[in-house]
Design a protein around this ligand. Structure first.
Ligand SMILES: [Zn+2]
Length: 676
């Protein structure tokens, strides 16, 4: 008896997590892959001529059991992945890779998909979600090389392998370079002045782990951040800055050759697939669509932010001089004086805010907001099995309609990876019999746990994270689409953060805070002046911070647009971009590309602009709420209808226009950041 392969008789046929044991997964995968292969064979061997229904839709529905088993397994692996689960993952991965290769490199299957695609090119019979599903399916094959002549297929496979290996090596070298240096300070060293107790405790632990007395600061992001923000000792800041900004540039872990090889592979892949640059290829299914749209956003923001950044830096230098600073203001002085100025401008201790955010009240607040805006009702369920005893389960209704199961998993565990994320154990879709299959949505977080003395009190950032992930959850729970491939959060990468980031906006709205932000002991409401300060804090150094993000966006676009054969001196090329937005003296010898994992080992190649793109969208979308009232029910209904319910089943720009009444503009973002 393998519960993963049985018909579930649990309430709402939810996964019987308590009965599912780790040893059930591998045999379930083997069975499910067999069944999925039979589904694929049925499509391939269908005697009827290929059409949308018997090929594209059937493919979307193929391997239903495999999707369920895989969704369960990989979600549990991330949030409760003990050694046995990890060991199973190593056995499961090759099976899945092999299965996917078989599907996407099956010439007979591709011939059918291609025939449907060609028919559509001719008669344009499909529209809306059907057309998007066809395009997405065809693209999944083509971007894997299925449409290439045999000789090029071989080259494509070589390039894909080389690219994967180089990206992996890039990440490993960056990590090794990060671990290759640290500064060790004795107890009582004057160089420690300014560094807060909490950071010292971590540094003492790091020292102890290395068998040392005193404190160790390495080149990990939190350590660098701590030293640059707090260390009074300027030479310590310079030391850490210089080592951190020259990592993997030259020396033992040099990444320059990897960058060149990665860009060459990406360019050749793009060429094989018929694109001029890697950027055109990467943008093919994004909302921004093409390079001019990306540059339009970057340039407009730059025009507003660069003058502001210059003003801010001048103000900061003057502030530093008043504090007795002498000499040339350098990069390693920036965070330090920014923090000092921030403290002077905003007399707000973030620790003090926590008493207004006990977890249970925050949950009520977040649920209450969704109730007010989207008519959602959350009923706690004791009958539905959680995947871990710490997890809370809710049935979610919209008016009388059952919408989703929501799993909430708040606190850290040794078997949970760090960070916070929304995920689904099942996507919403309409099945072959026409039933509306509702989604199983899960939010996994790592919030401050309760202690014996006090309940879980969230930091301001944690409440923000909760709202962010809950925005993704709304996208999942309110989904009303036909095809699983297009449901919920399956929208373009530069659009998918709109619902999440939009939902963060309420955090500084008094109308929302007043519904739940009360002192956990006295019941006193969060003071208005705190809320005001929090809002203003958003604008602090906003010009500089924006310019910094823009510089990364421009750099990303340059690397992935210029001919790879012309990539020679990495630092010189990087400077050619940074010099156009520079607000501080250039530090000789520094270079950031060799550790820019987003571009060279992660998934943000030709996508870094997406952060700002999504911000433009959500700020503009929220400005309509502000015009009509942040709790305006009608606006929220319109938003739910136009965007949340549609997932990726509609063109992203069309969805936005349906809500906002026009295409997005950057004015709202500039206004929020105080840049106009
Ligand atoms: Zn997100």
């Amino acid at each position: 008896m393998n519960p993963l392969l049985e018909q579930w008789t649990t309430p709402r046929q939810t996964p019987p997590f308590i009965e599912i044991k780790t040893e059930h997964y591998l045999p379930a995968f083997e069975e499910a892959i067999k069944a999925a292969k039979q589904d694929i064979a049925r499509i391939v061997n269908n005697p009827e001529a290929p059409n949308f229904e018997n090929t594209i839709v059937d493919l979307d529905r193929a391997g239903e059991k495999l999707s369920t088993v895989a969704d369960l397994f990989f979600n549990i692996l991330e949030c409760d992945g003990d050694d046995a689960m990890q060991a199973t993952a190593e056995k499961v991965q090759p099976l899945l890779v092999q299965y996917e290769n078989e599907v996407y490199q099956d010439p007979d299957l591709f011939a059918r998909v291609k025939a449907v695609h060609e028919q559509q090119e001719k008669d344009k019979a499909l529209q809306g979600a059907e057309k998007i599903l066809l395009d997405k399916t065809y693209d999944a094959f083509v971007s894997g090389g299925a449409n290439l002549p045999d000789e090029q297929k071989k080259r494509f496979a070589e390039l894909s392998l080389e690219l994967a290996n180089r990206q992996l090596d890039f990440g490993q070298r960056a990590l090794k370079a990060t671990n290759a240096w640290h500064v060790h300070l004795e107890k009582g060293s004057p160089r420690l002045a300014g560094i807060p107790e909490s950071a010292l405790a971590i540094a003492a632990q790091k020292a102890a782990d290395k068998g040392l007395q005193g404190y160790v600061f390495d080149l990990s992001a939190p350590d660098v951040n701590t030293v640059l923000t707090y260390a009074d000792d300027r030479s310590l800041r310079e030391d850490v800055y210089m080592h951190s900004s020259t990592k993997a540039y030259g020396g033992e872990f040099d990444n320059c050759e990897n960058i060149k090889a990665i860009l060459k592979c990406r360019e050749e892949i793009a060429h094989l697939l018929g694109y001029k640059h890697y950027t055109n290829y990467a943008l093919r299914n994004r909302m921004a669509k093409d390079l001019p749209h990306v540059y339009k956003l970057l340039d407009e923001l730059k025009a507003a932010a660069l003058p502001a950044a210059h003003r801010e830096i001048t103000e900061l230098e003057q502030f530093a001089q008043k504090q007795g600073f002498e000499g040339t203001f350098q990069r390693w002085d920036l965070s330090y004086f920014m923090e000092k100025l921030r403290q002077e401008k905003f007399n707000l201790d973030m620790e003090k805010l926590k008493v207004y955010f006990p977890l249970n009240q925050v949950i009520n607040g977040v649920f209450g907001l969704a109730a007010n805006l989207y008519d959602l009702r959350f009923e706690k369920s004791e009958a539905i099995q959680p995947y871990h005893p710490d997890v809370q389960v809710f049935e979610v209704f919209r008016k009388e309609k059952f919408m989703a199961i929501l799993y909430l998993d708040f606190h850290p565990r040794s078997t949970k990876r760090s960070g916070a994320w929304m995920t689904e154990f099942r996507d919403q879709h309409i099945d072959a019999e026409g039933n509306d299959i509702r989604p199983w949505v899960s939010l996994v977080m790592n919030f401050t746990p309760p202690t014996k003395e006090q309940p879980s009190l969230l930091t301001f950032n944690e409440v923000n994270t909760f709202l962010h992930e809950f925005g993704h959850a709304l996208n999942g729970m309110l989904s009303e689409v036909k095809y699983a491939t297009l449901s919920g959060t399956h929208s373009p990468r530069d659009f998918v953060e709109l619902p999440s980031q939009l939902n963060e906006n309420w955090l500084t709205e008094p109308e929302f805070l007043r519904t739940f932000a009360r002192h956990y002991q006295t019941g006193e409401l969060i003071p208005d002046e705190y809320v005001e300060q929090l809002k203003n804090m958003n604008k602090f150094m906003a010009g500089y911070l924006c310019v910094r993000q823009l510089s990364f966006g421009y750099l990303d676009m340059m690397w992935h647009t210029m001919p790879a054969s012309e990539v020679d001196d990495i630092r010189r090329l990087e400077r050619s971009i940074f010099d156009t937005v520079e607000v501080l003296p250039v530090v000789p010898g520094t270079c950031m590309s060799p550790t820019f994992g987003h571009l060279f080992s992660g998934g943000y190649a030709a996508g870094y602009y997406g952060y700002k793109w999504a911000e433009m969208l959500e700020a503009d979308a929220f400005s309509l709420f502000k015009e009509n009232g942040v709790m305006n029910h009608e606006t929220a209904q319109k938003y739910a209808e136009a965007i949340l319910s549609k997932g990726g089943s509609m063109d992203a720009m069309e969805m936005f226009v349906n809500f906002r009444g026009r295409e997005p503009k950057i004015e709202a973002l500039l206004e929020r950041d105080g840049l106009r």
